[in-house]
Design a protein around this ligand. Structure first.
Ligand code: GYE
Length: 342
């Protein structure tokens, strides 16, 4: 089984940096979207970030739907505390209207910088125009927003298409190119759900015998992942499924519970594959129940604070900073588990 050793070792390198105060995920040069004027932030997580102290940052978070999100929130909050940033944090409970309200309230409070992780891709232009009129720079973090470039300063996050492709490529090798797949998709309309589905289809498209026989949202939560899987396993198509591809670990962990309840063995009778690489996912790999997880690094706090400091100082940042992710399966899970930070 081939694992992306380069990416694994990249993560291991960052793991060392993390313990010595790096704190942020590896980020490479901006790819794709736009050429850049300035290099990506390089001082991620340093404690001596002059300019951070007292900076007013409004952060509109998606919610608390998953282990990934909890780690992301924790990374932002702890980095703000460490660097003395005055953080105004809002949890939108997965609702776009709540995020829009939060951004409006940040504008009204006159924060220095606004950061947010858009729950869905579309519908952001009006509120971002309001921020622009108020001369408040906006950092898009984690998920893409489908808006013109001039409405945000920088976008820091993973390449979700690539994550879906890595998952698909792993599956082609694992199955030899024949399987019936059930897909548990993320929040409808969100960038990770759209892009992971797309990347996965591109990769499995190379093997004609790999078929997606079922696809339904589990909204990125463990509870919904379990519910959807339970219903699927009771249906005739459920009997034909031998692979579950979940857009995040939490839904996969819910699906694993549903599979076990029917007496089948997840990881053996049904291959289970997901994305995020949270600790609980690694534990399930060590237990033989999850086969593979593509990493998506949530530790964006240091990069967001660095970007906010630079924006407050009037600097121009790259439009896109891509966070590098690896892929892990059962063959490396036990060795890697102690290194996991989230
Ligand atoms: O994969 C999922 C979370 O946007 C990358 O959101 C994030 C996704 C993550 O709910 O667990």
């Amino acid at each position: 089984m081939k694992i992306d050793r380069f990416a694994v070792s990249l993560f291991a390198t960052c793991g060392i940096l993390l313990s010595s105060g790096c704190g942020g995920p590896a980020a490479d040069k901006p790819a794709g979207d736009k050429p850049t004027d300035t290099p990506a932030p390089t001082t991620a997580g340093t404690t001596a970030n002059a300019g951070a102290k007292g900076l007013k940052l409004g952060f509109a978070q998606v919610g608390a739907e998953s282990g990934w999100r909890t780690a992301n929130t924790e990374s932002i909050k702890s980095e703000c505390e460490k660097q003395g940033v005055d953080l105004k944090f809002s949890d939108a409970q997965q609702k776009q209207e709540n995020q829009i309200k939060a951004i409006r309230s940040f504008i009204a409070q006159g924060v220095d910088v606004i950061a947010f992780s858009p729950v869905v891709e579309t519908g952001w232009a009006p509120v971002l125009q309001e921020a622009k009129r108020a001369h408040i720079p906006v950092i898009v973090s984690d998920r893409r927003a489908d808006v013109p470039d001039d409405l945000y300063a920088t976008f820091i996050g993973s390449d979700f298409i690539k994550e879906g492709e890595m998952a698909g490529e792993w599956l082609v090798k694992k199955t030899g190119g024949t399987a019936n797949i059930a897909e548990l998709t993320g929040t409808p309309g969100s960038a990770p759900a759209n892009d992971r589905a797309k990347g996965f289809r591109t990769a499995i498209g190379k093997a004609a015998g790999l078929k997606i026989v079922f696809s339904q949202t589990g909204e990125f939560t463990r509870t919904k992942g379990k519910e959807v899987m339970e219903a699927l396993l009771k249906s005739p198509v459920g009997n034909t499924v031998n692979v579950v591809f979940a857009h995040n670990d939490d839904m996969a962990l819910g699906a694993i519970q549903a599979i076990e309840a029917t007496g089948k063995k997840p990881g053996k009778d049904i291959v289970v594959l997901s994305i995020d690489g949270i600790k609980d996912g690694f534990k399930a790999m060590v237990d033989g129940k999850l086969n593979c997880s593509v990493e998506c690094n949530p530790l964006l706090g240091p990069n967001i604070i660095d970007a906010a400091v630079q924006l407050k100082a009037g600097k121009t940042l790259p439009k896109r900073t891509v966070v590098q992710d690896g892929i892990f399966d059962q063959s490396v899970a036990a060795k890697e588990l102690p290194n996991r930070k989230y």
